[in-house]
Design a protein around this ligand. Structure first.
Ligand code: PEP
Ligand code: MN
Length: 342
């Protein structure tokens, strides 16, 4: 169960509640959220009088959460969480589009991409400076120089920006440059990195692991939130199945399902999900129809010259056409494409 303390509860009141739970044989964990303190308690519920805990000074409410994940569950919080990324809000009524190249390659490449996606209506720039590649012989990213270029391009175009972090060092550095850090599919169960990202203070874009169940994905998000960071955005990016004619299999049912299980925003990455440029448009539209709060799309000024994932990247013209298709799609599900210009 979860004991939610009042905003103004005193340290003594918190200690008394904690002591009471311990006395009844519960193991507890103090979770210092941005706004409130909650005490997660695991033990035999028969051994405690819950009404007694509910009536203790400083206690707001006691929740009996049946799911293994607690703080990210809809049982814990019914209303949608809205995550701020720079000036943007993800998880509200607007539909947010994050776009940019797979990897930051050069100043020219990134600026061209940033200008193109901004013109077409995207509000957040993506670009990898640390690339977790399957092959050690593939381009690994420009590292800190890439972060610097990303921050510069974002500032010049008025976009917010996001980049992937792969370890403690890249997390630390990236947090100085970007508005949101991404934990990629391959690191979804790097629990230490999840905890560090939870403490770093930036919003976290958490991609679903290649073979992660929805429950494992939400447990990964729980790691970040229990480390003190409520600002988590989930991203479905395709899972590995027997089907090998697409890079992955886009699991849109997981998006609709996760929406019922968690209050966190969920976006979709049709680029990595399909690996094929011609499928990015149809799957983007489908994701919007399924209730996604946004999209993350790979766009390169010249996909044929891309150092990474060119075959799934849209060129500026294709991206602009896709954005035009998304406006009526968003309206059809009662949302508005958030273009950040009002
Ligand atoms: C990416 O977004 O650049 C990326 C590597 O994605 P994923 O972790 O989903 O493979
Ligand atoms: Mn990529």
């Amino acid at each position: 169960m979860v004991v939610v303390m009042k905003l103004n509860s005193s340290p003594e009141q918190i200690a008394r509640v904690n002591g009471r739970l311990h006395a009844c044989g519960f193991q507890t964990q103090m979770i210092k959220g941005v706004k409130r303190i909650v005490i997660g308690a695991v033990g035999d519920r028969q051994s405690i009088d819950i009404t007694h805990v509910e009536n203790m000074p400083g206690v707001e409410k006691v929740l009996r959460v049946m799911k293994p994940y607690k703080l990210v569950s809809r049982e814990f919080k019914e209303e949608n969480t809205v995550v701020r990324v720079g000036p943007m809000e993800v998880g509200g009524s607007g539909l947010v589009v994050i776009a940019g190249p797979c990897a930051v390659e050069s100043k020219e490449q990134l600026l061209a991409a940033a200008r193109a996606v901004r013109r077409a209506g995207a509000t957040v720039l993506r670009g990898g400076a640390y690339k977790p590649r399957t092959s050690p012989y593939s381009f690994q990213g420009l590292e800190e120089e890439g972060l610097r270029l990303l921050a510069e391009a974002a500032a010049e175009t008025g976009l917010a920006c996001v980049t992937e972090v792969i370890d403690e060092e890249s997390l630390k550095l990236a947090s100085e440059y970007v508005d949101m850090v991404q934990i990629g599919a391959r690191n979804m169960q790097n629990f230490r990195l999840l905890q560090l990202a939870g403490r770093a203070g930036k919003p976290v874009l958490l991609k679903r692991g290649l073979s992660a169940t929805v429950e494992e994905w939400l447990m990964a998000a729980e790691y970040i939130v229990t480390s003190g960071n409520e600002n988590v955005i989930l991203c479905e990016r395709g899972i590995r199945t027997f089907e090998n004619s697409t890079r992955n299999t886009l699991d849109l049912s997981a998006v609709a399902l996760a929406k019922t299980l968690t209050h966190l925003p969920i976006i979709v990455d049709p680029s990595h999900a399909t690996g094929k440029r011609e499928l990015v448009g149809p799957m983007s539209r489908a994701a919007v129809a399924a209730g996604a709060d946004g999209l993350i799309i790979e766009v390169h000024p010249d996909p044929s010259a891309a150092l990474c994932d060119g075959q799934q990247s849209l060129d500026p013209g294709e991206f602009e056409a896709l954005m035009s298709e998304l406006r009526p799609m968003a309206a059809a599900v009662g949302r508005k494409l958030d273009e950040g210009r009002e």
